[in-house]
Design a protein around this ligand. Structure first.
Ligand code: DON
Length: 588
């Protein structure tokens, strides 16, 4: 243990690096839940105190988030849970990512691309079946118990400042239909909807009825019968193709976590169809080889570190673009992407004072557009008193998902994560010829095109097909060290999820920042295409200049991801929610 702590730089060395806004911070002796909402974190702790474990608590906090932050996640969406069970030392992933309705691919053949927040953009929701399965397999309490706090909240809760902001933004973006959407979600009239402010009490009565059935009858109540019919009708009325058979066919999938060793710790994260974990493993693998080049002692705002971080992200996102898709539909070259020798090779390509030519970050590319939109995802971190941990990220994609509500449920627009913007995606990329000996590469078709909103380059491997899951950026992660779970983290924010999570991992493991500093400190983001290094305004001007001198193209933007973290400290657990979203951690 002494060895472990001496491996960390003293956090006081970087005291000046944290953002001026401080993260809501908690020190707990036994257990903690961190999320984008105090009410949701409290729901998790209520379940822990009632005898539940981290899995039950993650279920309760996630369901509660879906009630109090209807713009971000909920029963209409899907996600990934990474679970670590202290007793067996085993970790596993439950993938409850939305799938494409059977008729979607056919419809897209006639369309130019997929319009986000439309009927066609709705994927088969996975959250209810995912959470129920999680609790059935790994929980300590019945699933019905973890529904309780969400049900209570659906009957009445106070609007948070962040929800009030999201409501204002929605009405500003959609002055005609926005008030109707808000009115429907909260069962109020249009005029009241436009006047909702922080502190106002609201209820979600239609959702409460759905949650009552979920509690009584389990997840089957959402995938067949009245609620399923209401979902299908609402999507059909909006021009979508979701059918009862699509709902009936949805199943969550258990998967093996990805793992990488970084600075003597074991980092666990999620596999495809999320790209987040693969990029994190690649980036940490690369950065581990360049520790001397990025000079840990200079701290997380140092240009040398941020340059190496940006270069590592570019390698990772370039590989995402070329290769990643639902593993049930394409052979993914994971053995190659996760190979430590490959990471060393990528690390050797990084130059200290310049950037590389575009194609040297893996291989290929096409035109960029500005990434946007940040509010449709929620991450929950939990550690319980016996050392179990859950990192669970769930999403309805953009703010208020597809903007379609059925049975009180806000439906996702997750099909936006397929590469559909340009048709067709084109010929096989040249990398297949450049590395023919690697597993599977030569068989992968597809010249990159992009996802509609997040402008993520992708190949044929991420084109829609019946029952297929679109590639995600969600990156729930858990770090194991000498004392079991030492860090649980994850984020919201589209592609910025990956960079935010990666930086929190590095901030804690390499720079020794505490939970609060790691979550609050200014972040950067690079996704290879477009060739822009986004940075938050808190980054010192001289750092930005130095990055420019190395050939990066820095552009300021606010809010690079919304994250939270629980970090094991000497006397318990430190937890912090993101000051960018107004969340809060709760524990005991
Ligand atoms: O799974 C994904 O990568 C996206 N659907 C996440 C969207 C997102 O994070 C939006 N805002 N926070």
């Amino acid at each position: 243990m002494a060895l472990f702590w001496s491996a960390l730089a003293p956090s006081s060395a970087f005291a000046g690096t944290a953002a001026s806004v401080s993260a809501p911070f908690l020190h707990a002796r036994h257990a903690a839940v961190a999320s984008d909402s105090r009410a949701a974190s409290a729901a998790g702790v209520e379940i822990l105190k009632a005898g539940g474990n981290a899995v039950d608590a993650a279920c309760a906090a996630t369901l509660a988030l879906g009630v109090v932050n209807p713009f971000a996640s909920g029963l209409g969406g899907g996600g990934f849970a990474l679970i670590y069970l202290a007793k067996t030392g085993k970790a596993t992933v439950l993938d409850f990512r939305e799938t494409a309705p059977a008729a979607l691919a056919g419809r897209l053949k006639d369309a130019v691309g997929l319009k986000p927040q439309s009927g066609l953009s709705v994927g088969v929701p996975g959250e209810a079946r995912g959470l129920a399965e999680l609790v059935r397999r790994f929980g300590a309490l019945p699933f019905s118990r973890c529904v309780e706090p969400a049900l209570r909240l659906a009957r009445g809760f106070a609007v948070s400042p962040w929800l009030a902001q999201q409501i204002r933004d929605e009405i500003e973006r959609n002055p005609t239909s926005g008030p109707d959407l808000i009115a429907k979600i909260f069962s109020v009239d249009r005029q009241i909807a436009t006047q909702l402010r922080a502190g106002d009490r609201v209820a979600r009565l239609a959702l409460a009825a759905t949650l009552e059935r979920l509690q009584r009858e389990g997840p089957a109540s959402l995938y067949a019968g009245d609620t399923a019919a209401a979902i299908v009708d609402a999507v059909t009325a909006a021009g979508g193709v979701l059918a009862p058979a699509d709902l009936a066919a949805f199943v969550p999938i258990e998967r093996q976590p990805l793992a990488v060793d970084f600075l003597r710790r074991h980092v666990l994260t999620v596999p495809p169809p999320s790209a987040g974990g693969t990029i994190i493993v690649e980036a940490l693998g690369i950065l581990a080889h360049r520790v001397t080049a990025w000079k840990r002692e200079a701290g997380p705002n140092a240009p040398d570190y941020l340059h190496n971080l940006a270069e590592a992200l570019k390698h990772g996102f370039a590989d995402r673009a070329r290769f990643l898709g639902d593993p049930a539909f394409s052979r993914l070259p994971l053995a190659h992407l996760l190979d430590a020798r490959y990471h060393r090779e990528l690390a050797q390509r990084i130059q200290p004072d310049r950037v590389l030519a575009h194609d040297d970050y893996g291989t290929q590319m096409k035109s960029p557009t500005e990434p946007a939109r940040d509010g449709g995802t929620a991450h929950v971190s939990v550690v319980d008193k016996t050392g179990n941990a859950v990192a669970l990220t769930s999403t309805i994609n953009l703010e208020f998902g597809a903007r379609i509500v059925a049975g009180g449920i806000v439906l996702n627009d997750q099909m936006d994560d397929f590469t559909t913007a340009t048709e067709p995606c084109g010929e096989p990329p040249s990398f297949a010829r450049r590395v023919p000996s690697r597993e599977g590469l030569e068989t992968l078709p597809g010249f990159p095109c992009q996802t509609p909103v997040f402008a993520l380059t992708g190949s044929q491997a991420n084109r829609p097909a019946p029952g297929k899951r679109p590639v995600s950026s969600m990156s729930p992660s858990i770090v194991l060290g000498d004392r079991g779970v030492e860090l649980v983290t994850g984020a919201a924010g589209g592609p910025r999820i990956v960079s935010a999570t990666l930086q929190i991992l590095i901030d804690v493991l390499a720079f020794g920042l505490d939970a609060q500093q790691a979550v609050a400190t200014p972040r950067v983001h690079h996704q290879w295409e477009p060739d822009i290094l986004y940075y938050e305004p808190g980054l010192p001007a001289e750092t930005v200049k130095a990055l420019e001198n190395k050939g990066q193209r820095p552009t300021s933007r606010p809010d690079i991801g919304k994250a939270n973290a629980i970090v094991r400290s000497r006397s318990g657990l430190d937890a912090a929610a993101d000051p960018r979203s107004g969340g809060e951690a709760v524990g005991y």
